[in-house]
Design a binder for this molecule. Sequence first.
Ligand SMILES: Nc1ncnc2c1ncn2[C@@H]1O[C@H](COP(=O)(O)OP(=O)(O)OP(=O)(O)O)[C@@H](O)[C@H]1O
Ligand SMILES: [Mg+2]
Length: 232
Amino acid sequence: MEALIECRSLRRIFVIGGEPFLALRDVNLRIMPGELVAITGPSGSGKSTLLNLLGGLDRASAGSLYLAGEHLEALDEPALARLRNALLGFVFQQFNLLPRYSALRNVELPMIYAEMDVDQRRRRAYALLAELGLEAQVRKKPTQMSGGQQQRVAIARALANRPRLILADEPTGALDSKTSAEVMKLLTHLNESEGTTVIVVTHDASVAAQCRRRIAFSDGAIVSDESEAAPT
Ligand SMILES: Nc1ncnc2c1ncn2[C@@H]1O[C@H](COP(=O)(O)OP(=O)(O)OP(=O)(O)O)[C@@H](O)[C@H]1O
Ligand SMILES: [Mg+2]
């Protein structure tokens, strides 16, 4: 089977005050379709940096990255944007909702880009928001919602186009334990029933424990990569 994600010696250097800083140190990683992966590690260890590269939101300084067989370094911005919209849903650590739009509109946006029919996309946006317990928030703008509510809107938006790959950066970071369990249930259900590949960055051991594969980062490098045996 072809890997969904393949990183070869992936490096990301940031220049801070004129000094190079190695945020990712030649990371090698293969993720197969249908995996459910947790990425853990201390603050500053490079987790978001990796996720941003995997999602085509940032470019590597060296090395190569293949996503669904596409060599990302070879794609120009419009091609990269098309691939992103067709393939993946991204849940940002800082939500990144559009402040002037309602929750409903924020969730509809990826479906507008995908040119989905208006009735269909509105129904789907309502259904996703309802599934995440946000019926009462559909008309609200991000500033009128709590952090946990905004996080759930961001999750609904990521699921809108039924992505094959979900990249979620601390999706439960702003949630209480009950809502966090519901969000994880949704993600594990998508993984099991649709075969959606899910990669979750988390500080929460109970979230990581629900993932069959757990990758730990430290100082820009993978320090452990453990998989549970497949259920028989
Ligand atoms: N745009 C940037 N410019 C300069 N340095 C950056 C930039 N983005 C990240 N860094 C640095 O790279 C390192 C890794 O950052 P990253 O955001 O990937 O950490 P993280 O593991 O996601 O941490 P956290 O758990 O706090 O979210 C940090 O030292 C950070 O300061
Ligand atoms: Mg981060």
